[in-house]
Ligand binder design. Structure first.
Ligand code: MF3
Ligand code: CO
Length: 249
């Protein structure tokens, strides 16, 4: 069942989303060669707490940190570490969820560390544009499959891998709610969207094949072929004639 949120709930989701956006914005100046993923985690945790939020990921199914920091071939759920220093040419995805008065906002952004190779530049560009291709379909009355298909078709033009073991999701009082949102699909299929539904849409794309393996820590999801991967995500509310991004400044 996909829940429809009231305007009161949407206002709280927007406050949660705003806190997430503050974190991702602040990281723009901190992501550079030499910084550790642990430092990025601490920066985000501080911003969340200062703004009256809670780091929703910390303790979720035993996850130890505030953010997920996924470097190069790691696509999602990389665990921040004091030992992991970013270096010139890396890409790092920071994915984080903040709670505010019981409601959650979820967003991810893949940053460049200094100057990166042209193929990584292209991967980031295609992944971010795929998110907006999907969002451009969102409004009351469309099928969820229209959104998924738009994301998938855009990525397929470039022959990149579309990760299928992880998906977008509904969000609200829970971090993960119905529906499951695939990053590929068939137009005209799936549930029909209604105003007030809140969705976290998150294409995950790799320069190689789509296959992922989980590392020994039980969380880190890395591309099997070791190729770079990227991930962009926003939490949005469905409106009568479009969508509104909740994870924004
Ligand atoms: N945005 C991530 C997701 O939807 C959040 C993961 S938090 C974790 O999967 F605790 F599960 F790592
Ligand atoms: Co998410």
């Amino acid at each position: 069942m996909i829940s429809v949120k009231s305007e009161r709930e949407i206002a709280l989701l927007k406050q949660a989303g705003h806190i997430v956006a503050l974190c991702l914005e602040a990281l723009k100046e901190h992501v550079k060669p030499g910084v550790t993923t642990y430092e990025l985690d601490q920066i985000c945790e501080k911003i969340i707490l200062e703004n009256g939020g809670v780091p929703s990921c910390k303790g979720y199914e035993g996850y130890p940190c505030t953010i997920c920091a996924s470097v190069n071939e790691v696509v999602v759920h990389g665990i921040p570490s004091k030992k992991q220093k970013l270096k010139e040419g890396d890409i790092v995805t920071v994915d984080l969820v903040a709670g505010f008065k019981g409601y959650h906002g979820d967003s991810a952004y893949t940053y460049k560390v200094g100057k990166v190779s042209p193929d990584k530049e292209k991967l980031l560009d295609v992944t971010e544009k795929a998110l907006y291709e999907g969002l451009s379909k969102v409004r009351e009355g469309v099928h969820l499959g229209d959104v998924s298909a738009a994301i998938g078709a855009y990525i397929n033009q470039y022959g990149y891998g579309i990760i299928d073991q992880y998906t977008g999701h509904g969000i609200g009082r829970e971090m993960h709610e119905d529906p499951v949102i695939f990053n590929f699909g068939t137009p005209g299929t799936g549930p029909v969207l209604k105003e007030g539904m809140v969705l976290a849409i998150e294409p995950m794309v790799s320069l190689g094949t789509k296959d992922v393996r989980i590392l020994k820590d039980g969380w880190t999801a890395a591309m099997k072929d070791g190729k770079p991967s990227a991930h962009f995500e926003h939490t949005v509310v469905v409106r009568k004639d479009g969508y509104e991004i909740l994870t924004t400044l």
